[in-house]
Design a protein around this ligand. Structure first.
Ligand code: SF4
Ligand code: SF4
Length: 160
């Protein structure tokens, strides 16, 4: 994705690696920014130039595979909006750990927005902010009270 597009407005991120018969993300996007086509088992391809960042595709995905990246949330922070299926919901202002696709600790973040399920097609959406430097790696967050992440176990590129 070009840096120019990234800075323009929030953009969809899809992590859907399985060739399953599924396409609600494609049908809900009125901008034609998600393409699956035929056969329906094709992996979704995104057209970032067409994506308006509306977020309508997030709650329709049964695989919780869609998020929305806002690179310019603030001068120093990016934000990510993700579907969230746990209770209780986090609270705005709460500090969290941000993690990569394998749950590895990357740094700290803050919850900046929570949309409860009754206001969003039965899917909670949580938006959290974090250092802009981490925008390519951050995939999710972990509540600090869950104590699942060893804060000292920093992510080191190349190490598993
Ligand atoms: S965020 Fe909106 S415009 Fe972008 S892909 Fe999803 S539904 Fe389409
Ligand atoms: S709706 Fe979700 S699981 Fe289905 S194809 Fe789209 S991204 Fe993949």
């Amino acid at each position: 994705m070009s840096g120019k597009r990234l800075k323009k407005r929030p953009v969809v991120i899809i992590d859907c690696p399985e060739e399953i018969p599924c396409n609600p993300c494609e049908t809900v996007c009125s901008q034609g920014a998600i393409i699956i086509g035929q056969p329906i088992t094709n992996l979704p391809v995104t057209d970032e130039a067409k994506c308006t960042g509306c977020g309508r595709c997030i709650p329709v995905c049964p695989g919780l595979a869609i998020s929305l990246l806002h690179y310019d949330y603030s001068p120093s922070e990016a934000s990510l909006t993700v579907p969230y299926e746990f209770l209780p919901l986090p609270k705005k202002g709460q500090e969290v750990f941000v993690v990569d696709e394998k749950g590895r600790y990357l740094g700290k973040g803050n919850i900046i927005r929570v949309i409860p399920p009754e206001k969003n097609n039965r899917t909670s959406l949580v938006t959290f902010s974090f250092s802009k430097k981490l925008y390519k790696k951050v995939k999710y967050f972990v509540l600090k009270r869950e104590n699942l992440i060893d804060e000292t176990r920093k992510y080191e590129p190349g190490k598993k």
